[in-house]
Every structure is written in C-alpha cells, then in structure tokens.
Design a protein around this ligand. Structure first.
Ligand code: FAD
Length: 381
C-alpha cells in the first residue's frame, strides 16, 4: 500500500485498494463491450451497492456507509480505471449530482422513497437542469410546473441528461412562477411514468452512458415531490456545484495518473531507431511535462478538497481545480495518444477512448468560460 497523501489517511488508502480490486475484477473487463454496445447494464448499480459504493458519504441509518466526502473522493479518483468514461459518468451522475440534493434538502419521507433505494442500487437517479435554451445560463430555463390542487403539471424539455434513459427518477429544475432570472425556480423529483419520454443522443465520447433529451408532456407531480422550498431551487442548484466540480477534478486526477503510467510503460518498451521511445529526448521531455502537469493538478485538487471537507466554502480553489484539471487532462490524453503513434488512433487501444472521453471535461459541470467568469468575480475583476 502506498503512503497516503493528505487529506487522505491509511483508512482511505485501504478503501482505495479495495475499490481498485473491485473495478479490476468486476467492471474493467466489460468496458470495451459496454462502449461498443453504447450502454452499460443497470445491474452495475446493485453490484456497486453490494460493495457499499453507492452510499460512501451517506449515513448508516439510510443504508449508507457513514463515511464522508473523502471516502467518496477516493471512488471518484479510482473510477478512471473502469476504462469507460461513459460508465464512470453514469455512476458519477447517480452518486455526485442526482442523490446529494435529496440528502441535503429532502424530507425524511423523500429520503426513504428515493435515497434509500438509490443507495441500494434499486433506483437510478438523474439530475435534470440543462435545457435546449438554458445551459450555462441556468436561470433561462423554461420547463414549467403549473400548480394543480394536489401538485403540479409539468411541461418542457431537458437535454444532455446523464442517465436520461435509464433513470427511475429525475431531480428536475422547473419554473414555478413567471418571475425572471434566478427567481421562481423549484426542484421536483419526477418519477419515470406517463408523459415522460427520453431519447438517447449520440456523442463524441462517453459512449456507454445514456445522455438523453427528456421531454415532459402533462406530467403530474404530487405535492410531496417538491424538493426544498418552493421558488428556492436556485440555491439548491448552487449548493452541490462545489462537490460536482471537485468530483470532476478528482476524476481527471485519477485518469491522468493512469494514462501517464500506461504511456510511460509503452514508451519504455516501444522502440524506434533502435532504442526505446522514452530514450529519445523529445519524448522523454514530453513525459516529464505530463508528469508535472498531473502532479500540479493533483496538488491543486487535493488542496481544494482539503478545504472543502474542513467546512470552508472554497469557491476559488474548487473553480481553479475544475478549470485547470479538465483542460490539462484533455491535453495530457492527446499527448498520450501522440506517443502511441498510429496505435493511438486505433479503437483497440485504451488511449483513443480516453482522449475522446476527456473532451467533455472543459464543457460539462460548468464550462471553462463559466469557470473563468466565476473566478473573475471571486478575484474582484
Ligand atoms: C455528455 C454530457 C453530459 C451532461 N450531463 C448533464 C446532466 O446530467 N444534467 C444536466 O443538467 N446537464 C448535463 N449536461 C449539460 C452541461 O452541463 C452543459 O452542456 C454545459 O453547462 C454547457 O451548456 P450548453 O451546452 O447549453 O452550452 P452554452 O451555455 O450554450 O454555451 C456554448 C458556449 O458558449 C460559452 N459561453 C456561455 N456563456 C458564456 C459567457 N457568459 N461568457 C463566455 N462564454 C460563454 C460556453 O462556455 C460554451 O463554450 C451534460 C452535457 C454533456 C455534453
């Protein structure tokens, strides 16, 4: 077992080894098939649940492991080893963005109805915020929820939703009043059922995940499915952004480490002009720069994580970590691909997929441009 780097301890390193073993045995061998089939099976969720991996940060009385964000951080970092960005995204959407709002804002009854089965892997969740006309500008969303005697009637469309086909419930941002801007947004937990239809989207990477457009046509949502306060949904959107972005940064840190190790091994073995690639100065320097970038990303991310678990509100550090790691990861994957030469362009090599999968990072969870806008404000520019 390697020496833990703060904020992680020996306990986290033990968890890391156990997660690595599980991923290597149970998930990684199927990655190629899942990517080819453009789908990973739903039974991955109960398999993860049996290992306690869907509830690492949730309390034991709800079926969780009673851990905290640091335990979850280990899982986020290790998921790159699945070898399928799509599968990691589907699992990540369930544990990092769909269930946390229910944990933080849900009533006891909502937790029993949604969070408990989600931790058991019996119900799969999605978070539905983005719409065809409202991505970065979340406040522009148009999906409407009209009040009825005992709930709401929902009409509208969400798009690019991870787990959008398979999700049993969608934690959905809707407009509950005609007020503009950030006002009048609420969250409803929408069950898949009458009036809810999904269509899967084809995309550059993350092939095994079901990114989808979800349309709501006269969907009745009962009063008891309002999550948090009426018209107070914007606060709920903001509440989980820090963790979502940290989770993405941690995912990139894990992916960069793995990609570097594999590429360095390849460069030591593959020969050109009678000697290993790694002994050519241009390649050696490239690998050194990549290792430096991976290490920098790790330090910046761990610093943000340490502050986050200490209860600070490290908007600056988390935003910087998200901004730095997502672009750096894509650039590192591209260099890895280059070092593999023609092989790197072939489907049979892991690096072709890793490079495509990494392209999402600077777009999803708040784009690079939006991270810069946030930092501009934080830095009082
Ligand atoms: C594979 C995938 C999975 C996703 N999963 C989910 C999910 O599970 N749930 C969910 O709700 N959403 C999800 N999303 C949506 C994602 O969060 C949005 O795509 C992202 O926020 C960007 O929004 P947009 O695509 O509408 O781009 P736009 O907001 O239209 O932006 C287009 C471009 O303009 C730039 N831009 C926008 N505003 C500014 C500005 N003020 N200044 C400078 N540049 C600007 C953007 O950075 C971007 O480069 C997913 C997206 C993808 C691709």
């Amino acid at each position: 077992m390697s020496t833990p780097t703060p904020p992680f301890s020996d306990e986290h390193e033990e968890l890391r080894q156990s997660i690595r073993g599980f991923i290597e045995r149970e998930l990684a061998p199927h990655a190629q098939q899942w990517e080819d089939e453009r789908w990973f099976p739903d039974d991955v969720f109960p398999k993860l649940a049996a290992q306690g991996l869907l509830g690492l940060k949730y309390p034991q009385e709800l079926g969780g492991q009673g851990g905290d964000y640091l335990h979850e951080a280990v899982l986020c970092e290790e998921m790159a080893a699945i070898g399928s960005g799509g599968a990691a995204a589907g699992i990540g959407a369930h544990i990092n963005i769909a269930t946390p709002p229910i944990w933080k804002f849900g009533s006891d009854e909502q937790k029993q109805r949604y969070l408990v089965p989600a931790i058991r892997g019996e119900k799969i969740g999605a978070l539905g915020i983005t719409e065809p006309h409202a991505g970065s500008d979340v406040a522009a969303l148009r999906t409407r929820a009209e009040p009825t005697d005992d709930g709401w009637m929902v009409n509208g469309e969400k798009t690019y939703i991870t787990n959008g086909v398979r999700a049993d419930f969608i934690v959905t941002a809707v407009k509950t009043s005609s007020e503009g801007g950030h006002h009048g947004i609420s969250f409803l937990i929408v069950d898949r059922g009458e009036g809810v239809s999904s269509s899967k989207l084809e995309k550059l990477g993350w092939h095994a995940s079901d990114t989808a457009t979800i349309s709501f046509q006269d969907v009745f949502v009962p009063r008891e499915n309002l999550l948090g306060g009426l018209h107070e949904g914007f606060a709920l959107i903001m509440a989980n952004f820090q963790w979502e972005r940290l989770a993405m940064a941690l995912g990139a840190v894990g992916a960069m480490r793995l990609a570097w190790e594999r590429t360095a091994a390849f460069a030591r073995e593959r020969e050109a002009f009678g000697r290993p690639l790694s002994s050519h100065q241009a390649i050696r320097h490239k690998l050194v720069d990549m290792a430096t970038s991976a290490h920098t990303c790790r330090c910046v991310t761990y610093d943000a994580l340490r502050r986050f678990v200490a209860g600070e509100e490290p908007v600056r550090e988390v935003t910087m970590a998200k901004l730095l790691t997502q672009r750096a990861s894509f650039e590192l994957m591209d260099e890895c691909l280059q070092i593999h030469g023609g092989a790197g362009y072939m489907r049979e090599y892991w690096v072709e997929r890793a490079a495509r999968d990494a392209r999402l990072g600077p777009i999803g969870g708040g784009s690079d441009e939006i991270m810069r806008e946030i930092l501009g404000r934080v830095l009082a520019l």
